[in-house]
Design a protein. Sequence first.
Length: 146
Amino acid sequence: MIKENIFAKENLNLFAPNDGVEFIYSILQNLGYRDFTTKRARSHGLAVIKQLFELDLIEVFSWGENKKLFDNIILTKNQTLALIDNIWFIGADFSDFISMPMFKHKEWYIEALKKEGLNSTTNWKTFVKEKIGDLEQWIEKNRPKE
């Protein structure tokens, strides 16, 4: 798997609440991909999803066509990642992702951003620059401690 600094400036939209991570293709678009079907896009996307899970920033809110199988089951992060890895096939494109897992940012993250002044009309990039500063440090400081 590809390991990168997901906090790089060009990846900032991954962290935009209610926008950056809803579908797998949303994540890939925010990583700069236009062709979602490649092995590289899949590997990179899975690595980033794993990092977002490890930071406790995202969760699956819909399993798509697998909804009946997984909706009432509590899964560990590793189990969730393994299922996503299994469901996401090389060659999947925009229409395929509609029936795959969908993500959302966790409530702690959204609420912490609102406390900083984020609202529905706020420009995300300006907000991070002026209110948050180092997003990685801010997340580390504000995320729930286990």
